[in-house]
Ligand binder design. Structure first.
Ligand code: FES
Length: 222
């Protein structure tokens, strides 16, 4: 299903996602229940097409760093994740995703808790979590802004887009703004090379972003 079609979907109808969120066994959650609604396609103010983050984890504005792993709906989602793998080790990446969605980052303590949940060694979990750049290993702001500065985007002005975002958020690269709203980082290709410059804000993609688009994009963040 294309991103455009997904954007037009009647979201009241449970969607049987064949991916990691698919229904297994006794668990019958809709895609929105599993993934949240923050992934909904979004369009840059000027041009581009609706797009959606191609990758897990889903990054939410609201974060609860002290939330337990896992309770309530998150517990149900964790059980569903476990049901998809013959061994607990296989569930490591989606479990880390879920923990990051809930807490906003994957701290050393979170890695230890995940290790305990999955009967893995803390060292193994640390090795995996530190390999993937998608895991935030320190707290991030309400909005994590990832600007692709790889080749395609760079040739189309990504450096200017990044500089404009830093200027308008009043922060430094890799830092979180004083009001806690923004963390801005560079990304090494967001897999939207045909639509440079690509910017990912939490779970949403903004494509064909030009420096002039930046103020509107930031103002539209809730
Ligand atoms: S080079 Fe920017 S998305 Fe691939």
């Amino acid at each position: 299903m294309s991103a455009a079609h997904r954007g037009a979907r009647d979201r009241s109808i449970p969607f049987k996602n064949p991916g990691w969120a698919g229904n297994t066994g006794e668990f019958d959650l809709s895609e929105d229940q599993v993934r949240g609604t923050d992934y909904a396609p979004s369009r840059a103010p000027e041009g581009g097409h609706p797009a959606v983050s191609a990758t897990h984890p889903y990054l939410l504005a609201e974060k609860t760093p002290d939330a337990p792993l896992f309770q309530g709906p998150y517990r149900e989602r964790f059980q569903k994740i476990l049901s998809r793998y013959p061994e607990r080790q296989g569930a490591l990446l989606p479990t880390l995703n879920l923990a990051q969605e809930l807490r906003g980052h994957v701290s050393p303590e979170t890695m230890e808790e995940v290790a305990h949940l999955l009967d893995l060694s803390p060292a193994y979990v640390r090795g995996v979590a530190s390999f993937y750049t998608m895991y935030n290993r320190s707290p991030v702001g309400r909005y994590l802004i990832q600007v692709c500065t790889n080749v395609s985007c760079n040739l189309c002005g990504a450096d200017e887009v990044l500089a404009t975002i830093l200027e308008h958020t009043g922060t430094e690269l890799g830092e979180t703004s004083g009001d806690g709203r923004f963390t801005v980082i560079e990304a090494e290709c967001l897999a939207a090379c045909g639509f440079p410059t690509c910017v990912q804000i939490n779970s949403k993609y903004y494509e064909n972003v030009m420096p002039a688009d930046v103020p509107t994009i930031l103002e539209n963040l809730s």
